[in-house]
Design a protein around this ligand. Structure first.
Ligand code: ATP
Ligand code: MG
Length: 365
């Protein structure tokens, strides 16, 4: 007989290490929050463990599904000691391939502190830390991956690539996001901070100059600048100042781990890799093979990536019911953490991955 397809098709790849645990948990919560008939979660193989089994990191069928789905929800990819025949690491090649094939140029990392004493910073309340890092995902210093040069075992060089097109689109993305996040133009936090090292390197000066050009079209968003070294101090000393921060690939990578640490660590940091046509959502952490299969990983980063996915889809498809489901999930996470009874281990509690997942489902209003 016929199988009715839901309106939204999601390609899920559980991947490696803790990937299956945290991805499974998230699909469970999303299904609870949405009810049936709205979203189908279709599982596809991929990643380092699948490479070991099959010789393929991103099978053709998996890629086609990712390309044709409304969004992608992933666990994590990468395992130590899995290498291609030429000796290079497989790592998270799954995501690198998807990133470039689908042009996922914006790596978006929301940094938000929840109630419950999870920050290593002194006297920080929920709401004090609530900003988004927009990391350029396709060029910068990581563009030379594989193309770095080692000269006679004496000198190694990599190239930092900054293009007009690359900065224009990431800056525009960041300004738009700041607009979307704030209520009124008078909102004191409507601000886009450019994180660079424009005082030392020409490529970063170019990055800043292009951001300035793009800023002309956003007179309602304050533009602000910070050298990356100072940025690390500011994110510790005055995180409440920030709204949206845009950064070149490597700087974005570094400050987003720092940001995650200020709100409790990698286990609570969501991420979305977004392009103009596709979105891939997964926790900001890796596959954590040290705790894989033990049911102790925190599913929060992936669950919050799932609610981020619903918001993104709700926005794209003008579908209020997705946005509302995302808000319900976030409220359930908030409630679960503030109750203080079911807290994952990396946040100082005892709860297992499944305990946390069930508590969040119970707390959905
Ligand atoms: P990547 O190279 O993909 O960034 P990584 O080497 O930085 O990965 P992660 O897998 O991100 O490492 O995690 C580092 C450590 O943090 C893990 O070994 C694990 O102990 C802890 N960790 C990461 N994610 C979680 C989680 N969801 N729950 C609990 N602990 C986690
Ligand atoms: Mg890492």
């Amino acid at each position: 007989g016929w199988i009715e397809m839901a309106k939204y098709q999601i390609a899920t790849i559980e991947g490696d290490g803790i990937g299956p645990e945290v991805c499974g948990a998230t699909v469970h919560v999303l299904k609870e929050a949405l009810g049936s008939g709205i979203m189908d979660f279709n599982q596809f193989p991929g990643g380092a463990s699948h490479y070991v089994k099959s010789g393929f990191v991103l099978p053709e069928e998996t890629f086609a599904a990712c390309q044709h789905s409304h969004a992608m929800l992933h666990g994590a990819a990468g395992l130590p000691d899995v290498t291609y025949p030429d000796g290079t690491e497989v790592g998270n090649d799954l995501h690198l391939q998807l990133r470039f094939k689908l042009d996922l140029y914006a790596n978006v990392r929301p940094i938000r502190l929840y109630q419950g004493d999870f920050s290593p910073l002194k006297n920080r309340q929920a709401g004090d830390i609530d900003y988004v890092i927009v990391r350029e995902n396709t060029e910068g210093l990581y563009a030379s991956r594989g193309a770095g040069v080692l000269l006679r075992g004496e000198v190694a060089t990599d190239t930092l690539v900054v293009t007009r097109k690359g900065v224009e689109r990431i800056a525009k993305f960041a300004f738009e996001l700041s607009r979307k996040r704030s209520g009124a133009p008078s909102d004191h936090k409507r601000r886009m901070t450019v994180c660079d090292k424009a005082n030392i390197l020409r490529s970063y000066a170019f990055f800043r100059a292009i951001c300035d050009e793009v800023a002309q079209s956003y007179p309602d968003v304050a533009i602000d600048y910070s050298y990356v070294d100072a940025m690390t101090v500011h994110l510790v000393k005055r995180p409440e100042f920030y709204d949206v921060i845009v950064a070149e690939n490597m700087f974005g990578d570094i400050i987003s781990d720092l940001g995650a640490a200020t709100v409790g660590g990698m286990g609570i940091a969501p991420s979305g890799e977004l392009g103009d046509h596709h979105g891939l959502f997964q926790g900001a952490h890796g596959s954590a093979p040290d705790i894989a299969g033990l049911n102790v990983a925190s599913p929060l980063a992936t669950i919050l990536s799932g609610s981020f996915m619903l918001r993104w889809l709700g926005d794209r498809h003008q579908d209020q019911q997705l946005t509302e489901a995302a808000e319900r999930i976030e409220r359930a996470v908030e409630l679960t953490l503030s109750q203080g009874k079911v807290i994952p281990r990396d946040l100082g509690g005892q709860a297992s991955c499944t305990d946390v997942t069930q508590a969040i489902c119970r707390n959905l209003d």
